[in-house]
Design a protein around this ligand. Sequence first.
Ligand SMILES: Nc1ncnc2c1ncn2[C@@H]1O[C@H](COP(=O)(O)OP(=O)(O)OP(=O)(O)O)[C@@H](O)[C@H]1O
Ligand SMILES: Nc1ccn([C@@H]2O[C@H](COP(=O)(O)O)[C@@H](O)[C@H]2O)c(=O)n1
Length: 225
Amino acid sequence: MERAAVIVAIDGPSGTGKSSTSKAVATQLGLSYLDTGAQYRAITWWMVNNGIDIDDPSAIAAVAGKAEIVSGTDPSAPSITVDGTDVAGPIRTQEVTSKVSAVSAVPEVRTRITELQRSIAAGAENGIVVEGRDIGTTVLPDADLKIFLTASSEARAARRNGELKGADVNATREALLKRDAADSSRKTSPLAKADDAVEVDTSDLTLQQVIECVVTLVEEKRAGK
Ligand SMILES: Nc1ncnc2c1ncn2[C@@H]1O[C@H](COP(=O)(O)OP(=O)(O)OP(=O)(O)O)[C@@H](O)[C@H]1O
Ligand SMILES: Nc1ccn([C@@H]2O[C@H](COP(=O)(O)O)[C@@H](O)[C@H]2O)c(=O)n1
C-alpha cells in the first residue's frame, strides 16, 4: 500500500538542533527537507549586496519580491541560490546573521517567503520536513506532525562554539538570545510553539537521541497512533 506524503514542521529557537535533526530525519525516512532559515538568510544577503538600508523596513518592503530564491530539498545535499548564484556559504557570515532578524520581520518579506515555502511543501510528493520558526503556526498549520525543539541557552551556546573555533561562549550566548528575542517579539508571524506541537527539550539529549525521538513520532503518526 502506498504511504500518504507526510508533512513535518520543526520549529524552535536558534541552536536547538532543528537543521541537524531535520536533515537526518528526512534522510532516514526518504522525505524532502526545507531549511526556511536559509531562505531568510538568502534574501538578507541579497539586500546587503544591493545596498538596501536594513534599518529601513519600507526600503526592504519595496524590493521584497526582486530576488529569485531557489531551494534544493535533497536532505543529503541541501542547496540555495539567489538569481542563479550559489549562496550556501555567504548566507552564513556574521554580517548576514546579525541582519537577518530585521529583514525577516518585514511583512512583505514574510508574505513572499511563506508563499515560496508553501509551494515547495505542496510539491514534495514523498513528504517533507520543513524547519524554521513559524512553520507549525503560520506556514503549514495543517502539518501532520509539529515539533518544537528547545534547549537551555548554555547548551545552545556550547554547541555553536563547537563550530566557531576560538569564539567566546558568553558572547555567543548573548548573540543567540538577542536573535531569539527579536524573532519572538516581531508582530508578523513570530517564533512560537503551535498549540498542537510536541515540545522536545534537547538540552540533555544527544543529537542521535533527538533524531530517534522525532523518527518515532513520525512513524507513530504514519501508523495512525
Ligand atoms: N542534541 C544535540 N547535542 C549536541 N549537539 C547538538 C545537538 N543538536 C544539535 N547539535 C549541534 O548544535 C549545533 C547547532 O545545531 P543546528 O544547526 O542543527 O541548530 P538549529 O536549531 O538549526 O540552529 P539555527 O536556528 O541557528 O540554524 C550543530 O553543531 C549541531 O551539530
Ligand atoms: N521560519 C523562519 C525561519 C527563519 N527565520 C529567520 O531567519 C533567521 C535565520 O534562521 P536560521 O534557522 O538559519 O538561524 C532567524 O533568526 C529568523 O530571523 C524566520 O523568521 N522564520
